[in-house]
Design a protein around this ligand. Sequence first.
Ligand code: ASP
Ligand code: MG
Length: 465
Amino acid sequence: MKFGGTSVGSVNALAKVVEIVKNTREQNHDIVVVVSAMSGVTDLLLNAAHAAEAGNEEAAREARAQISQKHTQALHHFLANSERQVVMTRINALLDEFKALCHGINVLGELTPRALDVIGGLGERMSAPQVAAILSHAGIPAQDVSATELIITDNRFGSAVPLIDQTGEKTNAGLRPILDKGKVPVVTGFIAATAGGIQTTLGRGGSDYTATILGRALQADEVWIWTDVNGVMTADPRVVPEAHPIAHLSYAEVSELSYFGAKVLHSQAIRPARRANIPVRILNTFEPDHPGTLITDEARESSKTVKAVTAIKNMSLISLEGQGMAGIPGVAGRTFTAVARTDTNILMISQASSEQAICFVVPTLDVPKVVASLEQELAREIERRDFDRIKVEDDAVILAAVGAGMKGTPGVSGRLFGAMGRERVNIIAIAQGSSEFNISLVVARGDADKAVRAIHQEFELEKPD
Ligand code: ASP
Ligand code: MG
């Protein structure tokens, strides 16, 4: 069971966590708990680190006070004096570490990805002992465990990749004895370590990934992701009021959705579960009896071709245009190699068969370094005017319509584009993955919400399956 930031972020939420763990144990299940930092804490930590790099340590002082207050409040509610002292001592030591790190960063004027991972992971290291103590106090024997002892990764700080064999061994060695004693291990989400013991993180939202990595290593029966909504939704309910939770999705559908910005799951989290064929449930801590979304191997019979529509904002469309590109082999290769050198994730690519333009979508934040790298790589062609220009359109939004039923069903894109036409939404670019589980469109920011609503309506997603 993984409990996200809001699920461990308040007294009310923590009380639910205790109830959920207690009830599930009473049904004779062994449980491993994975926790996020209390909601808001990771942002406070990371922002303070960036401020320190820019010469401002005041942000760290403020973050420290706020984080300390969040934990004190929770601990006061649940624990007796002496128990509270033990946990608070550990939290204070971590807050001291935070202060010292920010001071160091300020003095050096440099924040490395490695340091950022240490600072970003402090929230989980405070949350795990807190949750373990609260469970223990409620009569559920629990023990906090640092995932740095369980999950071994490479050293790509900021989004490290787990090494499966070593992680399998370490996880079993670390967690089995605790489970055998009848205790609930409470593991820090998000963080891990290299084989040499240097702390890493699995990327923002990485606690989901922690849960499925551990689930795979332990051959768990199921992985339950406790969050603050009733599962994966047909669309963002802030945009589409009729949106509702989807009862069942396949691994393939969920990976398309989480890749395309549906904020339910870390983009990599489904992979370990899929490899080990472990069902994943997305459940609501605040409405624990709701069945949520069940994610399994098979694509179940469904009347819906499209099951969900999602939007990723803050994207930019970069196009290379020019007569000189046609027929020159290697241009696409060099273009994407130049982008890859900047460590930027390309979300979508399209090239028309006239070969006079290649366009692709990247996060707006990454545009300056991508353009600089392209200009360098293609300097000669630009000078020779083989390219007219590198064009950047900001404020692009990728919309993805996802559903396994699209595969082999004719007419889905016709309906999709028809709906866009009726709403007078201009489509800037289109791509369909060969999985046929997803059609993606790029539209302007101003059209995105109405486009999402139109797709939701066209495929009758407001009607439960
Ligand atoms: N606390 C981390 C974050 O905010 C990891 C997580 O919550 O999953 O990104
Ligand atoms: Mg999350």
